[in-house]
Write a protein that binds this ligand. Structure first.
Ligand SMILES: Nc1ncnc2c1ncn2[C@@H]1O[C@H](COP(=O)(O)OP(=O)(O)OP(=O)(O)O)[C@@H](O)[C@H]1O
Length: 404
């Protein structure tokens, strides 16, 4: 049976009002007809996910995607515009460095201040004090006002307090990035111990290796929208691929020229042409559903035609193809959108390339050819022990029968 849900984020949206000038805010407040002087900006748009007890969940996404916003909503520091969050257990959060600390007070005084904010009595903090000081390991600096601390020292003290107040849920937002490697190691070890004894951790990091190595699950929020969630290694792979594509601008252009150059001479000039090609995702795991969408344009009606799509591997071998003619479909009038749904796909780990051809109904000559119009990446589906479920050319669906 799955463990109890300790954080339940349901349909959370956060909309900020953006004003071009500060005076617009006042103008809006005073306008007799309630004229709008702002633009709405959705930092989070209908995000839902759950975190179960003893999970370590990583949140990733590019800058400004809403990671900190969702953590602030979970911890109650920020109200959502829509949606609900239920939390079961005591949260200890390390959000912005220095939040919850009084700059004028010493390290020790801040330990007591933070402890009391976590509902710990003075005697309870007295008992934990040595443990906190040992963990922070900042020597006599604990007697100095925290405004004199370096960011690394701050992180040490904040982390030492956050983990020693025995939270049920620990929320960490990039706080570890400022500490040195040695301290980071110590924190990861401590957090693993906390999970062993029943805690749950929600963790934001820009470090993919930290999320891959430390978390069992990951939630990817991109530009306010929940893009993917699943096993940490899988989501990291998909995210990495997304970043690489974004950075190198390698994405093959999906829009297709309306006048392809390679229509053989003498044939009608693109009486039918591919206007657009899309996939539901460019990174899929073996077993997920894939949907290819081909959009056609017509310069002439009344043609009999066939629509075909070929999938190649990295070596250029045809892996498989889909073709309306081979599938005995008769296309005798213009149809604008074709969707090919591959349920529970059998492709194995690798890169695949797609060509789309529109031909006559005998597949004798092309109306339009679009070679290498797009590509996708398949990640291996793993079994419980982390082994890919299949190797070779494709996953062959099968059943075992074991007899006496
Ligand atoms: N008070 C605010 N008013 C208006 N917009 C805001 C406010 N706070 C955050 N935003 C916007 O909301 C979006 C999400 O911000 P958030 O800090 O949650 O992103 P993030 O994923 O944590 O980013 P980073 O990785 O850079 O820390 C950003 O575009 C940010 O500019």
């Amino acid at each position: 049976m799955s463990a109890e849900v300790v954080i339940d984020v349901k349909n959370i949206s956060k909309v900020y009002k953006l004003y071009t000038k500060p005076s617009d805010r006042l103008k809006e407040a005073l306008h007799p007809m309630k004229k709008k002087y702002h633009n709405d900006y959705a930092a989070l748009d209908n995000v839902s996910f759950q975190v179960r007890k003893k999970e370590i969940v990583g949140i990733l996404g590019t800058n400004g995607s809403g990671k900190s916003t969702i953590l602030k909503i979970i911890t109650g520091l920020l109200n959502p515009t829509n949606g609900t969050v239920s939390v079961h257990g005591k949260i200890s959060a390390l959000l912005e460095l220095g939040a919850g600390f009084n700059q004028e007070l010493t390290g020790i005084e801040n330990i007591y201040l933070n402890g009391s904010m976590m509902n710990l009595g003075k005697d309870e903090i007295d008992k934990k004090l040595q443990q906190i000081l040992d963990f922070a390991d900042i020597g006599d600096f604990v007697y100095q006002p925290v405004k004199t601390y370096s960011s690394g020292m701050f992180a040490r003290l904040a982390f030492a307090v956050a983990i020693n107040v025995e939270p049920d849920i620990l929320i960490v937002d990039e706080a570890l990035a400022v500490g040195d490697m040695f301290f980071q190691e110590k924190c990861y070890e401590k957090m693993k111990e906390m999970v062993q004894s029943g805690a749950t951790i929600l963790f934001v990091s820009h470090s993919l290796s930290a999320i891959r190595n430390f978390c069992n699950r990951a939630v990817w929020i991109e530009k306010g929208i929940l893009r993917e969630e699943g096993p940490a290694d899988e989501i990291c792979e998909k995210y990495k691929y997304f970043i690489e594509q974004k950075e190198t601008k390698e994405i093959v252009k999906t829009a297709v020229a309306e006048e392809p150059a390679d229509v053989p001479a003498g044939k009608a000039k693109n009486k039918i042409f591919v206007k657009d090609f899309q996939m539901n995702k460019n990174v899929v795991v073996t077993g997920e559903d894939i949907v290819f969408t081909i959009e056609l344009g017509f310069r002439e009606s009344g043609l009999k035609y066939g629509v075909g799509m070929i999938i190649y591997n990295e070596k250029g071998d045809i892996v498989t193809l889909f073709n309306t003619v081979r599938d005995d479909m008769k296309l005798e009038r213009p149809y604008s959108v074709f969707k090919i749904k591959v349920e529970n796909n059998d492709f194995l780990d690798g890169r695949y390339f797609i060509s789309v051809h529109i031909s006559d109904d005998m597949v004798m000559y092309p109306y339009d050819r679009n070679d290498y119009i797009s590509e996708f990446r398949v990640l291996p589906k793993k079994n419980r022990r982390g082994l890919p479920v299949a190797e070779g050319y494709f996953r062959c669906k099968h059943e075992w029968e074991i007899l006496e």
